[in-house]
Ligand binder design. Structure first.
Ligand code: NAP
Length: 255
C-alpha cells in the first residue's frame, strides 16, 4: 500500500522566550508545527524549546531583534535552512515605554513603533516569500485592546492600531496566494509585561490583577494560553476563509 508523507509545517513565533509568545509556541508545537522560537536573546529561548521538545515536538531557538531588517532576513534564512521553509508567522514581540504624552520622548515613541509595527512589517515581508512560494500561509499579528486608546500609551496604542491596518492590507495582498493574515487583540493578560506595569504603579501584581478583573465581564484576568488558543484557531487549515479579521480576546466586548 502506498504511504503518503506529509511535510511538517514550520511556524515562527517572535518574542517567544516568555509570556504570550512562549505559550503560543508551545501550543503550535502541540498542534503539529515545527516552531522557531525567536527572541532577542537565544539563551532566553531555551526553556520554551525544552518544553516543546519534552512533549516530542521540534523547535529551534533563534536570536533576532525584529526591528532590525538585516537580523530579520538572517533569522528567516536560518529557520529555512535548519527547520524548513516558514509558512506560519506570529508577530508577538513587544515592549512598552509608557508615559503621558508631555513626558514621552522621541526615543520612547520610536522604539515601541520600531519593535511592534516595523518589526511585524519586516517579519511579514521576509516570511511572505516562503508563504507565496508554498501557495499557503498564515500570519497572526498581536494587537491589543490599547489600539482603541489608552492613557499613557500614545506610542503603544499607535503601534497596535497600526498593526490592525497592516493586517487588513496584507490580507488583501496575500489572500490570492493562499495566505491569510489576521489579528488577535488581547485585553489584560498576566505576563511579565503587565507585572512590570504593576511595579511602575507601586502596587502588587495581585492587587493590579484584582482591580482589572473587576472591570472584565468574565471577572478574571487573561492567561497566555487564552491568546495561544485564538492564534491556534487562525493558523489552522480550516480557518482559510477567515482573513483580515481582528479578534479581541479580552473577557468581554471591545472594538
Ligand atoms: P512579554 O512578557 O514582555 O514578552 C515579550 C517578549 O518579546 C520578551 O521575551 C521580549 O524579550 C521580546 N522582545 C522585545 N523586543 C524584542 C525585539 N526587538 N525582537 C525580538 N523580541 C523582542 O510580553 P507579553 O505580555 O507576553 O506580550 C506579548 C505580545 O502581546 C506583545 O506584542 C504585547 O504588546 C501583546 N499584548 C500583551 C498584553 C498583556 O496584557 N500582556 C495585552 C495586549 C497585547 P526581552 O525580555 O529580551 O525584552
Amino acid at each position: 500500500m502506498p504511504t503518503t508523507t506529509t511535510v511538517q509545517r514550520v511556524a515562527i513565533v517572535t518574542g517567544a522566550a516568555r509570556g504570550i509568545g512562549a505559550a503560543t509556541a508551545v501550543r503550535l508545537a502541540a498542534d503539529g508545527f515545527a516552531v522557531a522560537v525567536l527572541d532577542l536573546d537565544e539563551a532566553a529561548c531555551a526553556s520554551t524549546v525544552a518544553t516543546i521538545e519534552k512533549e516530542g515536538g521540534r523547535a529551534l531557538a533563534v536570536d533576532c531583534d525584529v526591528s532590525d531588517a538585516a537580523q530579520v532576513e538572517a533569522a528567516v534564512a536560518r529557520v529555512d535552512t535548519e527547520l524548513g521553509a516558514p509558512t506560519v508567522l506570529v508577530n508577538n514581540a513587544g515592549i512598552v515605554r509608557d508615559n503621558l504624552v508631555f513626558k514621552m520622548t522621541d526615543r520612547d515613541f520610536d522604539s515601541v513603533i520600531g519593535v511592534h509595527l516595523r518589526g511585524a512589517f519586516l517579519m511579514a515581508r521576509a516570511v511572505q516569500r516562503h508563504q507565496t512560494a508554498a501557495g499557503w500561509g498564515r500570519t497572526v499579528n498581536l494587537s491589543s485592546s490599547a489600539a482603541l486608546g489608552n492613557r499613557g500609551q500614545a506610542n503603544y496604542s499607535s503601534a497596535k492600531a497600526g498593526l490592525q491596518g497592516l493586517t487588513k492590507t496584507l490580507a488583501i495582498e496575500l489572500g490570492p496566494f493562499g495566505v491569510t493574515v489576521n489579528c488577535v487583540a488581547p485585553g489584560f493578560i498576566a505576563t511579565e509585561m503587565t507585572a512590570a506595569t504593576a511595579q511602575r504603579m507601586g502596587i502588587t501584581f495581585e492587587e493590579f490583577t484584582d482591580r482589572y478583573a473587576q472591570s472584565i465581564p468574565v471577572r478574571r484576568g487573561g492567561r497566555p494560553e487564552d491568546i495561544a488558543q485564538a492564534v491556534s484557531f487562525f493558523v489552522r487549515e480550516e480557518a482559510g476563509f477567515v482573513n483580515g479579521q481582528i479578534l479581541y480576546v479580552a473577557g468581554g466586548p471591545k472594538g
